[in-house]
Design a binder for this molecule. Structure first.
Ligand code: URA
Length: 240
């Protein structure tokens, strides 16, 4: 989702908006002569540029201003998917400059759930991705306390009562008796835990491994993050 602006902005802010570098990296790369503006190396990252007119190359690659930021985080257990809380939040795991640009987690994972949290400051896109009308797919790897039978699997797939609400049809693939992958197109509070309770079982481990057709990067350590790639942003834009 790139958008050209006609207003001038600082070069370092522009570089951060491209979703490839942090502000401190942008400053260092400018100082090292790795950033050119209209063909000339620009060492001062505080100069104002016009993203609509000026051509900026970062490490030899043409860069475009991006209005919104998209971050993939591998949330560890114990971190809260919120912008503010008494406990450590996903926002607290970001560097200082990314805590001030209005990022929020797109949907919630429970405090003890691991895995993919998408952080963005694009409210319209988040609203779309989270609306139950749009059936955006979320995949989770799970482990249970007791064995799940084929009958349990089918019951879960068809929908179970989680306290006054019957879950929509979903997909459950078992890998042995006590683990598997469940794919949901909705996101009720504690949904998977409550679904397992409905079949007299209990979740012992839960990790979101994909969201909106984007897979969690398996090289991303727990607690770390990266910007979505251009291809991943295209996937999201396509869903949107
Ligand atoms: N279902 C749950 O029970 N917990 C989550 O964090 C996500 C889905």
């Amino acid at each position: 989702m790139s958008e050209k602006q006609s207003e001038k902005m600082r070069l370092d802010k522009f570089l951060v908006s491209t979703g490839t570098v942090t502000r401190s990296e942008a400053i260092k790369l400018c100082r090292a002569g790795k950033v050119t503006v209209n063909g000339r190396a620009e060492k001062d990252s505080s100069v104002k540029i016009d993203p609509a007119k000026d051509e900026v190359f970062l490490l030899g690659k043409k860069t475009e201003y991006r209005k919104y930021t998209y971050i993939m985080m591998n949330k560890p257990e114990g971190v809260v998917s919120a912008t503010e809380d008494g406990d450590v939040t996903v926002i607290d795991l970001l560097p200082q400059e990314l805590r001030r640009i209005g990022l929020f987690p797109c949907g919630r994972l429970d405090k003890n759930t691991h895995g993919f949290v998408l952080l963005t400051n694009n409210g319209e896109l988040a609203h779309f991705l989270l609306s139950p009308k749009h059936h955006v797919r979320k995949e989770y790897y799970f482990e249970t306390k007791f064995p799940l039978s084929e009958e349990d699997r089918i019951t879960l797939e068809n929908g179970v009562d989680i306290g006054g609400y019957t879950t929509a049809p979903c997909n459950v693939i078992l890998d042995g008796e006590k683990k598997g992958i469940i794919t949901l197109t909705e996101g009720k509070y504690h949904q998977i835990k409550l679904m397992m309770t409905a079949v007299h079982n209990q979740i012992t481990f839960l990790k979101r491994i994909s969201f909106a057709e984007i897979a969690l990067d398996t090289t991303l350590a727990e607690g770390s993050w990266r910007y979505l790639s251009d291809d991943e942003i295209k996937i999201i834009e396509h869903v949107f």
